[in-house]
Each structure stands twice: as structure tokens, then as C-alpha cells.
Write a protein that binds this ligand. Structure first.
Ligand code: GTP
Ligand code: MG
Length: 220
């Protein structure tokens, strides 16, 4: 655990570290805390990535693959497993926030609205993320609630990167075709990165994208 929770000024060190192209040690990830309300969110100067997407899309599994740490992030076959903002620090360099999944149909309407509000208040907050990974199941592509979130991010000028999850579930041809369709459905500017927590496709590429995006956005 961090000794003083996330408020140490490591940004300059982090940028130097990354721009020197020294790889982040992804497996050196620690769970910090779970947050049910923004008032509990620690102050931080670390570059921050948030992981957003439908319930059960594979957010927590992708983080375990990204961190190379089986079981560090809790996953479940039952949707609605992650109900809090779960914070992780990677190599004392990045803060990663696993968000609750939205669109979990079996949750009470009131509870869904509360999650949505928590997600939006966090994403729009002053110490909100520098980059949002928008996860979508490659078999389904963007759902209306994904497009709604992306519109919301665009309106606020927040950076986002689409990620297609569970790419192991489609064969090569179908995968390529679907990725093109997804790019179009997302407005044609950003192509989703195909990933799989099962066969680890796209994980190294995701690490590279995150490192580059974070360096870029923090040096603006
Ligand atoms: N085949 C395959 N299954 C996956 C992949 N990623 C996740 N899953 C499965 O999908 C289910 C949901 O995964 P989670 O990582 O818990 O999903 P989540 O988005 O964190 O879900 P919530 O916390 O409920 O929002 C689990 O049964 C995972 O094993 C993948 O890349 N390939
Ligand atoms: Mg989860």
C-alpha cells in the first residue's frame, strides 16, 4: 500500500521514466482501495486510466491480463460484480480505476442510476482520468449505452480508446470484419484494439498504447 495515499508528486518522475522508454513493470501492481463515493477518492497527481464498459464485458479480466496478475482484480460470471471504483497503482507510475459496469439489467433501476451517476461524476471530476478505455464485447459491438458514454466523453473533451474484448470468441475473418464495423459505428476516427484475456491477444499492444497516451496527455 502507498504510505501517503496517492498524493505524492511523482508526475515529473513518471514522465521522465516513460519518456526514457523504460518499461512500466505492469506486474508490480497493487490494489489500493475501493471507493463507493467520490468524497473517498484520494487526491492524486498520477496519470490515470479508467476502464469503462457494460457489466460482464470483461473489464476486470482485462486488467488482470494487463497487470499479468491472475486474480488481483475480482472477476465473475455473474454480471454486476464490480459495484465500486476499484483503484490500482501500477509500478508507482499509473493509477488504474476499474469502474462498475453499466447496463446491468437485473440491478434495480435506482441502483443502476446510482452507478451511472458515480461513473459520470468521477469521469467528469477535476481529478478524473486522463484516458478512458471504453470496452465493448467484440461479438456485440457498441451498444446504445456505450455510444451514449462516448458522446458524453466527447462533449467534455475527454480522451478515450475503444477496446474490443473477448476477441478469442470470433475467428480471424469475422474479427477483422467486426472491427471495421465497430470503427464505423464509433464515428470512424478510432479503431478498437482487439484484446482477449483468455489468449492474451492485444495485451502487449494495449500496454504500449497506454504508455504512449499517458506520456502524451500529461506533457500537453
Ligand atoms: N472467452 C473469454 N471470456 C472472457 C474474457 N474476458 C472476460 N471473460 C469472461 O467474462 C465474464 C465477465 O468478466 P469480468 O472481467 O468479471 O467482467 P466485468 O466487465 O469486470 O464485469 P462487471 O464487474 O460485472 O462489470 C467472466 O466469466 C470472464 O471469465 C475473454 O477475453 N475471453
Ligand atoms: Mg468487474
Amino acid at each position: 500500500m502507498l504510505k501517503s495515499p496517492l498524493n505524492h508528486n511523482r508526475l515529473a518522475d513518471s514522465l521522465q521514466l516513460m519518456s526514457d522508454a523504460i518499461d512500466i513493470r505492469w506486474e508490480n501492481t497493487q490494489f489500493e482501495l475501493s471507493v463507493a463515493d467520490l468524497s473517498q477518492f484520494p487526491e492524486t497527481t498520477l496519470p490515470t486510466i479508467a476502464v469503462a464498459g457494460h457489466s460482464n464485458v470483461g473489464k476486470s479480466s482485462l486488467l488482470n491480463a494487463l497487470f499479468g496478475r491472475k486474480g488481483l482484480v475480482k472477476t465473475s460470471k455473474a454480471p454486476g460484480c464490480t459495484r465500486l471504483l476499484n483503484l490500482f497503482t501500477v509500478d508507482d507510475t499509473l493509477l488504474v480505476v476499474d469502474l462498475p459496469g453499466y447496463g446491468f439489467a437485473r440491478a434495480a433501476k435506482k441502483e443502476q442510476a446510482q452507478w451511472r451517476s458515480l461513473i459520470e461524476r468521477y469521469l467528469g471530476a477535476e481529478n478524473g482520468p486522463d484516458l478512458v478505455l471504453s470496452l465493448m464485447d467484440i461479438r456485440h459491438g457498441p451498444k446504445p449505452s456505450d455510444l451514449q458514454l462516448i458522446d458524453w466523453l466527447n462533449e467534455r473533451g475527454l480522451r478515450w480508446q475503444p477496446v474490443a474484448t473477448k476477441a478469442d470468441k470470433l475467428s480471424g475473418n469475422a474479427r477483422g470484419k467486426r472491427l471495421k464495423e465497430m470503427t464505423q459505428a464509433l464515428g470512424g476516427m478510432l479503431s478498437p484494439l482487439a484484446t482477449s484475456s483468455a489468449d492474451k491477444r492485444g495485451i502487449e499492444a494495449l500496454r504500449t498504447i497506454l504508455q504512449r497516451e499517458i506520456v502524451g496527455c500529461k506533457s500537453e
